[in-house]
Design a protein around this ligand. Structure first.
Ligand code: ADP
Length: 638
């Protein structure tokens, strides 16, 4: 019988398949198994209404077999089968199959995205040609007396001939390609262990049993001879094993699932040693339908805060894995979440889905975002200790989330933030801070420092604490950016305690402060002259209570931001904050400075440098010249 030609678009797709990149090739098995499973479903459905169907549900199966000598891998099913016309239409042209739309993408067949599409979604039956140089399909349709054999070695066409087949169903024999030098070997598709692993990876939840003869070994029962030691002997045997577990955990009713089941599944699937912190098992019906099983890991993976880490959820369609790390399902701020989403709304078939279901994916992703937030809030409320562990692992990610995209996600994320504060040990949420807030309190206060301990002792905090107002202690260098992005909490702005107007001044206070500044103008001018460009200004402080000195910054860049940027651009140009040296006119140190300015200018110069050094130390900024500073202090001791 003469060879028939494929339709033009099928030919091009075949070419693409044959030459597709290696890592994607293994999905051919998933595609063939899914087709077989569909065929079984179709016949099983018929059986509900048609007594002539002889196979019973429990006898439906997909069989795999390898023959190393012949280099064949066989996938057979006892599903509905195909008539001659169906073989011709379904396998002879792509126009019939769901892959039709794919020809659009073929226009850019050289583009890397085009190739990636294959890996992610597969293109059905044709993917067999990624690993096989010849494919033989023998099929007998339900209700037909005769069987037909379709055979093709790729783009040059196919043959279709009558043949014998005892039972209804389809048998697909792949003649596996020879190994090539530059590519990984094709031999693994002839290795039962490797095939079983692929079934586990891609088709574990197909609800039809996928069976293969597997070789095992067992200890032989050898009765011990008298006077002789028992010697272990081993023998091999084969058994027909079911390779897939069939019912995915997320499809089972919650009530039936034990915590160990959830945790075991997590550890096996996502390669973690530790149990997850929390499990979210959820589903939706209606506009979009899906089931999702999500996990919060207990610790950040080692590469979490690097570029290497890939976010994403596994995307299944009716139990078949279609994408391993579907990034679009998870917003960046929740990129620590692991899990699976199963939705029938996505079919295995490519482009249509990518184009049409994009919207679906967005809806699911936005539902999951809300769900994750509400579960985190529950954890925060009911299991605080766990929530704090979560925060320790992933808090930085949530803070990034607030700052990124110009604050677009801050409304969602602000409730999830934790801070240390002057209210006591442990963490507080903004809501809890809000509850403790004094009625006359004008701002939500914060102070930045290297550690909580240091923050508590900073001299500029004193006057705020004296008022009985609570201060948030910021210990991450990037925290001030967080405050900028948040802007306000329930109508009250965030305010650094280092800002002069952090407490409103009365007219009298203002006048008194202005007078003191005027009276001490000569001292301030002297100190400024001594320090030169190191500071922008030396002023009489309005924020110190008992402390003698502190350093603050004018303008938009704070000292903390300077530290942050100086770490980022270690060798680059340094962005500097405009430093203000603040002196407390009521302190003993200031009195000593004043009399030195009047009596001994040389000494006064040393005092000025000393005070500046103290201010740097308090602000956790490096001394310009530690040796000179030590000499200065020691000199003063004489
Ligand atoms: P798709 O599955 O997306 O439609 P395929 O190229 O994988 O595209 O398959 C084309 C068609 O061939 C299927 O829709 C189905 O009707 C038929 N088919 C494929 N494999 C089998 C099988 N094992 N048994 C019965 N029909 C099959």
């Amino acid at each position: 019988m003469a060879k028939k030609q494929f339709k033009a678009e099928s030919k091009r797709l075949l070419d693409l398949m044959v030459n597709s990149i290696y890592t994607h090739k293994e999905i051919f098995l998933r595609e063939l198994i899914s087709n077989a499973s569909d065929a079984v479903d179709k016949l099983a459905y018929k059986a509900l209404t048609d007594d002539s169907v002889e196979v019973r549900r429990k006898d439906f199966a997909i069989r795999l077999a390898v023959d190393r000598d012949l280099r064949t891998l066989t996938v057979s099913d006892n599903g509905i089968g195909m008539t001659k016309e169906e073989l011709e239409n379904n396998l002879g042209t792509i126009a019939r199959s769901g892959s039709f739309q794919f020809k659009k993408d073929l226009e850019g067949e050289k583009s890397p995205e085009g190739v990636d599409i294959i890996g992610q979604f597969g293109v059905g039956f044709y993917s067999a040609f990624m690993v096989a140089d010849k494919v033989t399909v023998t099929s007998r349709a339900f209700g037909a007396e005769e069987a037909w054999q379709w055979e093709s070695a790729g783009a040059d066409g196919y043959t279709l001939n009558p043949c014998d087949k005892e039972t209804v169903g389809t048998e697909i024999v792949l003649h596996i390609k020879e190994n090539t030098e530059d590519e990984e070997s094709y031999d693994r598709y002839l290795d039962p262990g490797a095939i079983a692993a692929l079934v586990k990876k891609y088709s574990d939840y197909i609800h039809t049993p996928i069976q293969m003869e597997m070789e095992h070994s067992r200890r032989k029962e050898v009765p011990a001879q008298e006077g002789e030691e028992e010697k272990p002997e081993w023998e091999t045997y084969t058994s027909l094993d079911t390779l897939n577990s069939m019912v995915p955990l997320w499809q089972r009713p919650k009530g039936e699932i034990q915590p160990e089941d959830y945790n075991g599944f997590y550890k096996e699937k996502f390669g973690d040693w530790e149990d997850p912190l929390a499990v979210i098992h959820t589903s939706a019906e209606g506009q979009v339908e899906y089931k999702a099983l999500l996990y919060l890991p207990a610790k950040a993976p080692y590469d979490f805060y690097t570029r290497e880490y890939q976010k994403g959820l596994q995307l299944y369609s009716s139990g078949v894995l279609i994408m391993d790390k579907c990034a679009d399902l998870l917003p960046d701020h929740f990129r620590f979440v692991q899990g699976v989403v199963d939705s029938q709304d996505f079919s295995l078939n490519i482009s249509r889905e990518i184009l049409q279901h994009d919207r679906q994916l967005k809806i699911i992703s936005s539902n999951l975002e809300k769900k994750i937030k509400s579960e985190l809030m529950k954890l925060q409320k009911n299991e605080r200790e766990k929530y704090e562990r979560f925060w320790t692992a992933f808090g930085t990610q949530l803070k990034y989330g607030v700052v990124s995209d110009y604050g677009a996600h801050k409304e969602l994320l602000k409730d999830l933030l934790l801070f240390h504060s002057s209210a006591g040990e442990g963490f507080t949420t903004l809501a809890e801070y809000g509850e403790r807030m004094k009625e006359d309190q004008p701002y939500v206060y914060y102070v930045s420092a290297e550690s909580v301990d240091r923050a508590a002792k900073l001299p500029q905090s004193e006057r705020i604490l004296d008022k009985g107002y609570e201060i948030l202690y910021l210990t991450d260098e990037a925290d001030e950016f967080l405050m900028n992005a948040l802007g306000e909490w329930e109508g009250k702005s965030f305010k650094s305690v280092s800002e002069e107007d952090a407490l409103p001044e009365t007219e009298e206070e203002k006048e008194a402060a202005d007078r003191k500044a005027e009276e001490n103008r000569d001292v301030l001018d002297f100190v400024k002259e001594t320090l030169g460009d190191r500071v922008k200004e030396v002023r009489i402080s309005r924020i110190l209570r008992s402390g003698a000195v502190c350093l603050t910054a004018d303008g938009p860049m704070s000292l903390e931001m300077e530290k942050y940027f100086s770490k980022l651009e270690q060798n680059g140009p340094m962005m500097k904050a405009e430093r203000i040296l603040e002196l407390n006119p009521d302190s003993g140190a200031f009195a000593a400075l004043r009399s030195a300015v009047e009596e001994d200018r040389e000494k006064a110069g040393r005092y000025a440098r000393l005070l500046y050094g103290q201010a740097l130390l308090l602000a956790d900024l490096p001394l310009e010249d530690p040796a000179a500073y030590t000499e200065l202090v020691c000199g003063l001791m004489k």
